[in-house]
Design a binder for this molecule. Structure first.
Ligand code: NDP
Length: 416
């Protein structure tokens, strides 16, 4: 089967908060995305997005049901739709099955989060990188981590390297959400994935090795108040984040890389309680349902109780600020740049009915698809974002609602 001809057809898998934004943005770029197909586990969610897209932009989309854990189902769907590329906006659990289906049907692949097995809270690129030779041989491109962080943050580093520096010495990625909604506790993207990420042991990169520190909600976690442009001072916690795994390999001369994310005391207290009573656990426990003992995963039960992140959008106010403080060298001179984006929850809601976390992920995901669809990125193999040209990508990201600022800055202290 030879489907990999650029026919302007995209297949988006997933119909959650992030997918919704990408679907709207594809519709807003209908000259590039000539046919938009959306497939998800619950077709009704895709149908609801379809209705809103038609109302806002007058663009028709086609919806399907698929279980993306099953390669044969995916293969049958891809053969039917014949897309040029698949944009995976389901969950990290589905990365490998969707990549395999793309290999079998010869279509390009893009995602926004690296693979994570369901039964172990451990995200890493290893199994996806292992598919490089297969994608290369098939003449196909797989782009990993095309959201904001990972995604745009990788590209801010690549952009700094292209525009300002010969070598990069240190990177501090800072991710602030100063938004407020009307829920006492909610996560901004899929609760299961989010809680697994933030309750992990923390790692940062220093002089060629990973340094381990306590998880954000635990005693001894590393944090400080950073004064974010357009937001103000916010307590920011050291966290391990997936883009660090590829950036430490791909940035020449890198000595230190840290990732910081803002958390409020209320959020951390909820995490502490959840962890202490075991409701964020991922090991199945026996639980009696209608007189029969079944296995229940506490985290999955918790997810069912927590608000759907997309539902926060209606009453979300305030802004996000995500960016990179980068110190590097050129012509014997050492200097620092801060590259960042500020995004407003309420503005996102007005435009596409979503909150800023979904928006800041969905816009770059559409933009990466735009790069492949318009032939501005090409290549065969598995790529992380910083291995691709940042300029045309950041231009499309900016045009589609996420412009960036570059300012001279001072490096953050080495010890915090
Ligand atoms: P949601 O939970 O809102 O949406 C996930 C969607 O995937 C749902 O529509 C869900 O279907 C669907 N899905 C889940 N399992 C399957 C399956 N087996 N087959 C088909 N569809 C399935 O998540 P988000 O939109 O918040 O997040 C989407 C992705 O974006 C995640 O991988 C997340 O980690 C990533 N992300 C990346 C960021 C970045 O900056 N790089 C930031 C934020 C998120 P159903 O409705 O039936 O549950």
């Amino acid at each position: 089967m030879k489907t990999n001809k650029n026919n302007g057809t995209i297949l988006i898998i997933g119909a959650g908060g992030v997918a919704s934004v990408s679907i709207h943005k594809c519709a807003m770029n209908a000259g590039v995305f000539k046919k938009i197909h959306v497939a998800s586990r619950t077709k009704a969610k895709a149908d609801a997005i379809k209705k809103d897209v038609k109302k806002r932009w007058g663009v028709p989309i086609t919806t399907h049901q698929v279980d993306a854990d099953k390669v044969p189902e995916l293969v049958a769907l891809i053969k039917k739709v014949k897309p040029y590329l698949v944009l995976n906006l389901a969950l990290p659990y589905q990365d490998l099955t969707i990549m395999d289906a793309c290999l079998k049907t010869k279509v390009h692949y893009i995602d926004t989060a690296n693979y994570e097995p369901k039964d172990e809270a451990k995200f890493e690129y290893k199994l996806q990188w292992a598919k490089h030779a297969q994608f290369k041989k098939a003449g196909l491109m797989a782009v990993l981590g095309a959201g904001f962080d990972p995604g745009v943050t990788n590209m801010y580093c690549a952009y700094a390297l292209k525009k300002f520096f010969t070598t990069i010495e240190s990177v501090d990625i800072l991710d602030a959400n100063a938004g407020s909604h009307d829920k006492s506790f909610a996560t901004n993207f899929n609760p299961e994935i989010n809680i697994r990420e933030v309750t992990q042991e923390v790692k940062h990169w220093e002089n060629g090795k990973w340094i381990v520190t306590p998880a954000v909600m635990n005693k001894g976690s590393v944090h400080f108040a950073f004064d974010y442009p357009q937001i103000g001072p916010k307590e920011s916690y050291l966290l391990f984040h997936e883009e660090m795994e590829s950036l430490v390999k791909n940035l020449p001369g890198l000595k230190r890389m840290r990732f910081w994310m803002t958390f409020g005391e209320n959020y951390l207290n909820h995490l502490r309680v959840m962890e202490s009573i075991g409701i964020s656990g991922i090991k199945p426990i026996p639980f009696k349902i209608k007189g029969k003992v079944e296995k229940v995963v506490p985290m999955e039960f918790l997810k069912a109780l927590l608000p759907d992140p997309a539902s926060l959008a209606t009453n979300y106010s305030g802004k996000t600020n995500i960016g990179c403080i980068i110190t590097g060298e050129k012509d014997g001179k050492k200097f620092t740049k801060y590259i960042y984006n500020v995004c407003d929850h309420a503005e996102c809601f007005k435009e596409v009915g979503s909150q800023a976390i979904s928006y800041t992920t969905g816009v770059p995901a559409m933009s990466a698809a735009y790069m492949l669809m318009t032939g501005q990125w090409g290549g065969a193999g598995v790529y992380n974002m910083e291995q691709l040209d940042p300029e045309p990508f950041l231009e499309i990201v900016s045009k589609n609602g996420l412009p960036f600022q570059v300012v001279d800055f001072k490096p953050l202290p080495e010890k915090i």
